[in-house]
Ligand binder design. Structure first.
Ligand code: IMP
Ligand code: MG
Length: 181
């Protein structure tokens, strides 16, 4: 793998395909052990998580369901600030074991707004599986139950993550080359 250019920026290899697949497989194996017999419902948050969600799901051997949603952000009232709304969530979560699939938890803002909405439906368990997180960027602390990699606060691309719409198709993860590097 070598440096690639997307739009106006350069990205260097960061996590190769083999390491990614290995880690995703380990995450799925842990989920297989933990959630055996619970018939969990996985909720993948589009667009970024589509590749991670597909790979995790392929490595699952337990009975499981999956649903894909999009989060739309709109301006709420002064007290609520920005509000996220789930588009496409038709399932009833009451009494279910639910696992959120995210590509990356960055500031934690998205999930800090979204998880309480799901809790409202009284799932039996509400778990979070995220391929990546940037601890230095976390403003709203989120408990991640299944984590792939903890990464520095630098912009990443590939395996579902985009830079202005491009790069999602890369099978590995790349890191932005910063000026002077
Ligand atoms: P949060 O609300 O700040 O946690 O935002 C998380 C969302 O921001 C992710 O689901 C991604 O879509 C996007 N994001 C955060 N960091 C990156 C990155 O390094 N590359 C591409 N997208 C990112
Ligand atoms: Mg996302």
């Amino acid at each position: 793998m070598s440096v690639i250019k997307v739009h106006d920026k350069e990205f260097q290899p960061y996590i190769d395909e083999v390491a990614l697949q290995q880690r995703v497989k380990e995450m799925a194996e842990q989920i297989n052990k933990d959630l055996q017999g619970e018939r969990p419902l996985f909720i993948a948050i589009l667009n970024g998580s589509f590749m991670f969600a597909a790979d995790v799901f392929k490595y699952l051997t337990i009975e499981a369901e999956i649903s894909f949603i999009k989060l739309a952000s709109y301006k709420g009232t002064k007290s609520t600030g920005n509000v996220v709304q789930a588009i496409g969530l038709d399932e009833d979560l009451f009494g279910r074991t639910v696992v959120i699939l995210e590509d990356i938890v960055d500031t934690g803002k998205t999930l800090s707004q979204f998880l309480p909405q799901l809790e409202h439906q009284q799932p039996k368990k509400l778990l979070v599986a995220s391929l990546l997180t940037k601890p230095e960027a976390m403003v709203h602390p989120i408990k991640i139950d299944y984590l792939g990699f903890s990464v520095p606060n630098k912009f990443l691309l590939g395996y579902g993550l985009d830079y202005d719409g491009l790069g999602r198709n890369l099978p590995a993860i790349y890191q932005l080359v910063e000026a002077g590097q």
